[in-house]
Design a protein around this ligand. Sequence first.
Ligand SMILES: [Zn+2]
Length: 217
Amino acid sequence: MTLFESCVEQQTTESGEAHKYLTWRIVPLSGVLALQLQEDGRAALAPSVDASAPAVFAPHAGAGGRASAFLMTAPGAVVFVNGLPAASLTALQDGDEIALSASEVGRVYYTTDAEPEVVPYEETAEAEFCPRSKQRLHAGMPVVHCPGCGHPYLQSAEVPAYTYAEECEICHRASTLGLSWHPPEARLAGSFDLKAVLRRHATACAGAAAGEAEHAQ
Ligand SMILES: [Zn+2]
């Protein structure tokens, strides 16, 4: 389980103009995290739970090893889940948007997805095999547990079985060491949207080229 916290970064162009843009910072949800509204309107995550926090995220180890998370809100706190006022206790769903204000930076996102890690294999009562390389797994071998189904894959420099193909053989989750879910693209109000400008420019160029081609015929 992972939370995405907004992060304002600044980039200076060649002409010396400074542009602020919004990116997302990945925060693994492995313990209780408090959500606080900062003075600049940003919703920030903090590991220490302060009584003044309007909302708290709590991971929960569910039945069958399936982890889930809850959002608890303080009485009277203004917290929105997917645009609707949050109840005092909410069972979070993959892709939920949790907001403390209407501002782009006043929100965080939740996903059940997690960044897979390479860990030493722990032997189980029954013999297990890597679904891709078909090798028998032994204690201490470097493995990645697919975040989708939990199956262990061998992942070493010699046998990078987990990242060898694009998806998990069992559950078809993307078998990358990154996250398979990302928040929607966001930009700061009034900020410069370089991508939109480039898109407009590309359309204008394509239009001009088509016009020229027509003229040449
Ligand atoms: Zn899987």
